[in-house]
Design a protein around this ligand. Structure first.
Ligand SMILES: Nc1nc2c(ncn2[C@@H]2O[C@H](COP(=O)(O)OP(=O)(O)O)[C@@H](O)[C@H]2O)c(=O)[nH]1
Ligand SMILES: [Mg+2]
Ligand SMILES: [Zn+2]
Length: 296
């Protein structure tokens, strides 16, 4: 009997599939010819499977809408970019780099600020002001003074229904802490930054999808640095939503918003409608992409 479902967990050759119709969890193995066909099922995959025996068999993996590599996970709808105010310190350059990478994968990023309790009132106000710029650029932002308030967690959960959401961001930003606030039963391990570096080396990077608020949610180990390796300079301006909004009004089609005359993006920058830091980071990334080209 052929059924359809979604892989939500993978452990040593077994794949747990959440059945589309019955909503039951079925343990399966991959069909023998998968290896020969170069198919490696990953968490998030939609699969056709046979559940007639004691153990199910994956028959086919359906085409992926997108997939992430570290950790391997497919068909992701949105990413909660967990961003700490301090430890590690907020960096608009890193945040923009994360956002660009997520947009490149066709995933919707949402920004979630943590560790606001470690900030002075003035620094918090300044950071909140910065983040309101991101909100105007088109991003959903969570930046309450109490990072894990019930009201803010409720608002976050209201975005989960019928979607696959991954928690991403720098190691130590508070991803697992946030997920534990959402559902204390998860009991995810959390660790101070000094410990996360060691932890990464010794643990296998497993990823599972949890059912939360009518959606599927995954924690990820995060990263300590990030490159823009797959992005070219034609694509880069399309990964800044506020540039995309104004670029139809640029004088030239395919405007890079650098030195072209009649550039609406630069006009909006001058009038303060586009954040200077976002534009500066854009130029910085453009430079970085050009330098990759020289290297390879
Ligand atoms: N002061 C403070 N510490 C936090 C906050 N959120 C997380 N932490 C701490 O930061 C460290 C890293 O958190 P963790 O959730 O493991 O980060 P992850 O690597 O992103 O999953 C842990 O020691 C947490 O207790 C916060 O809002 N305020
Ligand atoms: Mg974690
Ligand atoms: Zn332009």
């Amino acid at each position: 009997m052929e059924s359809k479902g979604r892989i939500i967990k993978s452990i040593s050759g077994f794949y747990d599939v959440l059945d589309e119709k019955s909503h039951e969890l079925v343990r399966t193995r991959a069909r023998g010819n998968f290896r020969k066909r170069g198919i490696k099922p990953i968490v998030g995959d939609f699969a056709e499977y046979d559940a007639s025996g004691d153990l199910g068999y994956l028959l086919e993996i359906l085409p992926r809408e997108n997939s992430l590599v570290r950790p391997p996970i497919a068909n992701v709808d949105q990413a909660i970019v967990v961003t700490s105010a301090v430890e590690p310190k907020f960096s608009s350059n890193l945040l923009d780099k994360i956002l660009v990478n997520i947009e490149h994968n066709g995933i919707k990023p949402l920004i979630y600020l943590t560790k606001t309790d470690l900030l002075s009132d003035d620094s918090y106000r300044e950071l909140k002001n910065t983040l309101s710029g991101y909100n105007e650029a088109g991003y959903v932002v969570f930046d309450e003074v109490d990072s894990y308030s019930t009201s803010q967690i409720d608002r976050l959960e209201s975005h989960f229904a019928d979607k696959v959401t991954v928690f991403t961001g720098q190691s130590g930003a508070g991803k697992s802490t946030l997920l534990n606030h959402i559902n204390p039963d998860l009991k995810l391990a959390t660790a101070a930054i000094s410990q996360t570096l060691n932890r990464g080396k010794h643990t296998t990077r497993q990823v599972s999808l949890f059912e939360i608020a009518d959606g599927l949610v995954a924690d990820t180990p995060g990263f300590s640095s990030l490159e823009l390796i797959d992005i070219d300079k034609e694509e880069l301006p399309t990964l800044f939503p506020e540039f995309v909004k104004y670029s139809p009004e640029c004088q030239f089609r395919g405007c890079h918003h650098v030195n072209e005359p009649g550039c609406k993006v630069k006009e909006m920058l001058a009038s303060g409608k586009i954040m200077q830091s976002r534009y500066d980071n854009y130029l910085y990334f453009l430079n970085e992409i050009n330098s990759y080209k020289k290297r390879y």
